[in-house]
Design a protein around this ligand. Structure first.
Ligand code: PMP
Ligand code: GLN
Length: 399
């Protein structure tokens, strides 16, 4: 028999699925995969339920229902002063995951180069490779995650078609500054390249900072495909409704990619997301404030348990350095032990690197109820306090 696609056959199951399965197996608290453990706003959920009942259950328009395209354009104007034509400059997708693939498909020809920044969200590299593009990786390093400007500039060349940037950034919680974005913008102009901007955590920014879309910088309106996710913005990660905003000249091609991937996205969920995007400012401020409080709560607990946490300015995640607790620098092995013996699941930072693996850092998700975060900290404290013996930790509540 001839082999199946070699690239996919050699791609592992995503770390998030692997670690969630491990959490179930060991009845461990899952602070791995990033999903909230409380549902999003009741009015948005009710809007979806109502929309299921009112007879619009057949294929919606290819680029998305008009209500949602208009709501996405309105949100771009309201939050960032971006002016988008809802009919020609917005495409709704089945989650940001599809949006990333559709955007890459729309821009890339085989042999093009795509600049990617490590740590990398897990779908970026396989998709870039599947499209026959050449990835040019630039590394950010703990603990400061400074953008290495010389290395970034060196990664750009005559074959560069695009850069893929993620801000706020999973898994490190980095929120790109206006200066960093300005530097990226100058490279894009210099090399006549595009940016795919994964901004799924755009509304999850803390400490009084604001998310700045690269697209809002001078000269960037025509060069950026900006991606959002209703899953993150409304704490409904299973819904898988994403949206891409970009210049009409590119969005027609993005629509062709979408037509060949999923063609459309469930209309009922789209209409409910439109209701969500029209919510008042208090909703968006409250979402960030609640998550910031959860971040602070978990950080305090992790520090008390002996981890050294790194600053997180946005997203669902905080990184923790465990070197003071365990001398094994292999973070994947550490996470396996943590799941099995401490009853807490985290994600190894090394899963986000394709080149040399960083050591002794793990990612914890804090988008959880306080009681669950407390239970996780109790387990970690007990485990490390007890000299890490397997028998020392009776597992109780499961999640
Ligand atoms: N990009 C990043 C950086 C993410 O963390 C995620 C995960 N949720 C996605 C894209 C995918 O988003 P969605 O669930 O809307 O497909
Ligand atoms: N984005 C989520 C995370 O980083 C996971 C999404 C997924 O499982 N594909 O944890």
């Amino acid at each position: 028999m001839k082999p199946a696609n070699s690239l996919l056959a050699n791609t592992g199951t995503t770390i998030f699925t692997v670690m969630s399965a491990l959490a179930q197996k060991h009845r461990a608290i899952n602070l791995g995969q990033g999903f909230p453990d409380t549902d999003g706003p009741a009015d948005v959920i009710q809007a979806a339920a109502d929309a299921l009942q009112d007879g619009r259950n057949q294929y919606p328009p290819l680029t998305g229902v008009p209500e949602l395209r208009q709501a996405v354009a309105a949100a771009n104007a309201r939050f960032y002063g971006l002016d988008l034509d809802p009919d020609h400059e917005v495409v709704v997708t089945s989650g940001a995951t599809e949006a990333i693939t559709a955007s890459l498909m729309a821009l890339i020809d085989p042999g093009d180069e795509v600049v990617l920044i490590e740590p990398l969200y897990d779908t970026y590299l396989p998709v870039v490779r599947m499209l026959g593009a050449v990835p040019r990786l630039v590394r950010l390093e703990p603990p400061h995650w400074t953008l290495p400007r010389a290395a970034l500039a060196a990664a750009f060349g005559p074959k560069t078609k695009a850069i893929l940037i993620n801000s706020p950034m999973n898994p490190i919680g980095k929120v790109f500054t206006a200066e960093e974005l300005g530097f990226i913008a100058s490279l894009l102009q210099q090399h006549d390249a595009y940016a795919i901007c994964d901004e799924v955590y755009e509304h999850l920014v803390f400490d009084g900072h604001r998310h700045i879309p690269l697209m809002s910088l001078p000269g960037m309106r025509e060069r950026c495909l900006r991606i959002g996710s209703a899953g993150k913005t409304f704490s409904l990660t299973g819904w898988k409704v994403g949206y891409i905003s970009g210049p009409a000249a590119l969005m027609g091609v993005v629509a062709k990619a979408h037509q060949n991937l999923t063609f459309t996205t469930p209309p009922n969920l789209q209409r409910a997301v439109a209701v969500g995007l029209a919510k008042d400012d208090a909703y968006f401020a409250g979402l960030a404030a609640d998550l910031q409080a959860q971040r602070d709560h978990l950080v305090r607990g992790l520090e008390a348990a002996g981890f050294r946490t790194l600053p997180s300015g946005g997203s669902y995640f905080v990184l923790a350095d465990y070197a003071a607790l365990d001398s094994d620098g292999d973070d994947a092995a550490f996470c396996m032990r943590l799941a099995e013996r401490a009853g807490v699941v985290a994600i190894p930072l090394s899963a986000f690197y394709a080149t040399e693996k960083p050591r002794h850092h793990v990612r914890f998700a804090f988008c959880k109820r306080t009681a669950l975060l407390d239970e996780a900290v109790t387990r970690l404290t007990r485990y490390f306090g007890a000299g890490q013996s397997a028998a020392a930790v009776p597992l109780t509540a499961a999640e």
